[in-house]
Each structure stands twice: as C-alpha cells, then as structure tokens.
Design a protein around this ligand. Structure first.
Ligand SMILES: [Zn+2]
Length: 413
C-alpha cells in the first residue's frame, strides 16, 4: 500500500542518514523541510522532500492526504513507563494533597507495595485489559514506541505475569514495545528485613526464567536511599550482565548516591530521573554511551525538583524525555505534556524538547535505527498535526495537543 502525504507545511525531524542520538549544542538543531511530501510504502518511509523534488509523478497512490497548513513529525518515543499495573491510586493522591509525603505514604504500606498487592491478585486477562486501554490512549496521543517495566509484582508469579502481559501487548498492537525487568523496584513485606535475601530471590529465582522465556531485554533497579543501595545495584547489574540484559536504571530521584556512576560502569543504555545531580554525576556521563533521561511529569505531579536539563545539555550531553506513566507518581502517558513541561519548567527550546522526545527517546530503547526520525527505511510512524502556525506551537499550547492523526507502521490509528 502506498500513502502520500502532500503539501505538508513543515516536515519535522528529517534525516538523510540516521544518527544514533543528538547531544549538547546539536540538540538546538531540528532539521525540517517546508512544503514537503512524505511517501510511505506499507509500513516504511520510502521518500520525502520538498514537493518540487517529488520524482514518482506516475506512482499509483492508494491513500492521498492533503496536509495543507499541517505539519508532520515522528511519533514520540517514550523510553520509561510502568503502564502495566492494576487499579489506580487516587486515594493516595488525595492523601498527598492533605499533607502526607511520598515517603510517609510508602511507610504506611501505600506506594509501590499498594500496587503490588493489587497486581498479585488480578488475573492476567484483566491486567491485560486494563493495560491495553492505556496503550490505546498513548497511541492516540502520538506515542509510537514505548518501554514498559515490571516491578509491581514483587513475587515470581506476579513479575512474570506483568512481563507476559507486556509481551502480549507488543504482539497485539502496532506500537513497538520494549520490556524491562524491574524485580528490584521495592522490598516486599515478606523480605522486610532481608534485602539481600530478596536480591538472591530476584537473581536466582526470577531472572533466569525472564531470560529463558525471552520476556525482557533490559534490567532495572530503584537505586535510592531507603530502597536499593549502590552495592545492591552493582550486584543486580552484574547478574543481569551474565544473562545479557542491558541496564536502564532509576537513579538520583530523591538523593544522589552514586547510581549514575554504577550505571555508566555497567554500560547502562540509560540512567533515568536525575532530579538530584552533582557535578561529578554529569562528569561521568561524558564519554559514556549512557543516555540521561528526564521525567518532568513526575516532578510536576510530586512537586519535586525538575531534572537540571540545562546543566546536562550545556555540558555537551544528550537528553531524552519520557513520561514515567505509573499509578503512583505519574498517572499520565501524555508525551505532548512532557514536551511542554520540559520547555516551560526545564528551559529546553522546542527543538531540544522534540529531539529529546523523538531521536534520543528512540536511542534510550535501542530503537534509533528504526524510530525517532523521518528517514528513508525507518518505520512509518508519524504525527500529522492540526493546522498550526509553527512547531513552537506544540509545546506552547500546554495541556492540549495539536494532533490531527497518528500513523503507526503506516496505518492510521
Ligand atoms: Zn519509573
């Protein structure tokens, strides 16, 4: 099937040769073509350019779209989510408004353990149904690739249930889904005073099955004061390395304790959160292949500091943006809001924010060869906007979105 999008006001994030990621000053550059066409063959981008350079004049087009006044950009790449979960936690949200802190809620048996309890009892079918709804919702909001973590199970059966649901979602939906094993998300009550026992259990009992059943490509841990230490993190990443799992880890959300250094040491694909960054954390990321990932919706929802994105980018580093969609700290998978918030609160320019939410997000999932830009041979994943004056209007119109249609794998969602 051939689809031609014609008369595009501006085609955004175009590449003749796919880059791996965009770093530092280059993040301010967003390559675009005005008065453009985009030619799709089945699920792949075949060609694009200025309409005056359109060569295949005699091509038989199955689907012709006139995009006058509208723009086209690649779909968002959301590299950090916990979309597969059971039930919601709006009561904790209300408790927090009334003055309880995130830590206090967790200490009262809420937080991650609350989600774990619900997850352990829900059927796989019901969990799939609840999660599928969220997948459909984020596709409508322009997300074409997403990473999803386990970590609300905290028992062997429940962790595997989550990962099987993630796999099923990937098989049943056109959106590309990458799975991460986050067994070390919190300490379950049964192991309350036995952290090393729980890590033994995760490493010896769950991890081998995850690998055997090919349920995850990445491994994650919540490296944070009161959760898992740098030592615990090193132990888990070492075990993951043996099994060929690539680290993508939660670090520096509330305290900076050396998680970034351990991530870099074990060649993590990404280190995520980074609300608390020391100069040496930024330093160690230079000359590494590790992508720093900021989650501004989480800062917004919890009222914690935003990741110092300017410091990171101005140090010459790349940055990716993701939602952290989860029931506790970010019940939203809206990448349009993330892009706006990055501009408003973290002082990214629209060019930097779009680079962070497309090409760099793709890199943070190992998808840079197929996703994250308008490039010949890449997947035909793109957003057709409403009629807008400029692409700066996308982050400017915060709380709204400017999406007219979303195409994933060449098909309208
Ligand atoms: Zn997270």
């Amino acid at each position: 099937m051939i689809t031609l999008i014609n008369n595009i006001k501006e085609l955004i994030q175009v590449e003749d040769f796919p880059q791996k990621k965009v770093s530092g000053k280059k993040m301010k550059i967003l390559p675009t073509i005005k008065n453009a066409f985009l030619l799709i063959e089945n699920n792949i981008i075949k060609d694009f350019g200025n309409i005056n350079n359109f060569k295949d004049k005699n091509i038989v087009v199955d689907n012709l779209i006139d995009a006058s006044g509208k723009m086209v950009l690649p779909t968002w790449c959301d590299s950090h989510t916990h979309i597969v979960y059971a039930g919601n936690r709006e009561q904790e949200f209300i408790d927090r408004i009334k003055g309880l802190s995130y830590e206090e809620i967790a200490n009262n048996g809420g937080g991650i353990l609350n989600s774990a309890k619900k997850l352990q009892t829900i059927s796989e079918e019901n969990l799939y149904k609840q999660s599928a709804k969220r997948i459909e919702e984020i596709m409508q909001l322009g997300t074409g690739a997403v990473e999803i973590k386990s970590g609300y199970g905290l028992t062997k059966d429940a962790e595997l249930k989550m990962l099987r649901v993630i796999k099923k979602l990937n098989n049943n939906y056109p959106i590309t889904i990458k799975a991460t094993f986050l067994g070390a998300h919190a300490l379950p009550i049964e192991f309350k005073n036995n952290k090393s026992g729980y890590l033994d259990f995760v490493i010896n009992e769950i991890l081998p099955i995850v690998v055997k059943e090919d349920l995850a490509e990445f491994i994650d841990i919540f490296c944070e004061t009161g959760y898992f230490s740098v030592k615990d993190t090193e132990r888990l990443l070492k075990a993951g390395e043996k099994f060929g799992l690539i680290p993508k880890i939660h670090v520096n959300q509330f305290t900076a304790i050396g998680g970034v250094q351990i991530g870099v040491k074990y060649n993590a694909l990404s280190v995520d959160h980074l609300e608390e960054m020391r100069a040496k954390d930024i330093e160690v990321l230079k000359n590494s292949n590790t992508m720093p990932v900021a989650l501004p919706s989480c800062s917004y929802f919890l009222g914690i500091p935003y990741t110092p994105a300017r410091k990171i980018i101005d140090a010459g580093l790349p940055l990716a943006l993701a939602t952290d969609y989860n029931p506790g700290s970010t019940p939203s998978g809206n990448m349009n809001f993330v892009v706006s918030t990055a501009c408003i609160k973290m002082k990214l320019t629209p060019e930097e924010a779009i680079n962070a939410a497309t090409i760099n997000g793709a890199y943070a999932m190992g998808l840079e060869k197929t996703h994250g830009s308008i490039c010949r041979g890449k997947k035909a994943n793109f957003i057709l906007t409403k009629k807008i004056p400029s692409y700066g209007f996308i982050p400017y119109s915060f709380g709204n979105h400017q999406i007219d249609q979303v195409f994933i794998e060449g098909l309208k969602i």
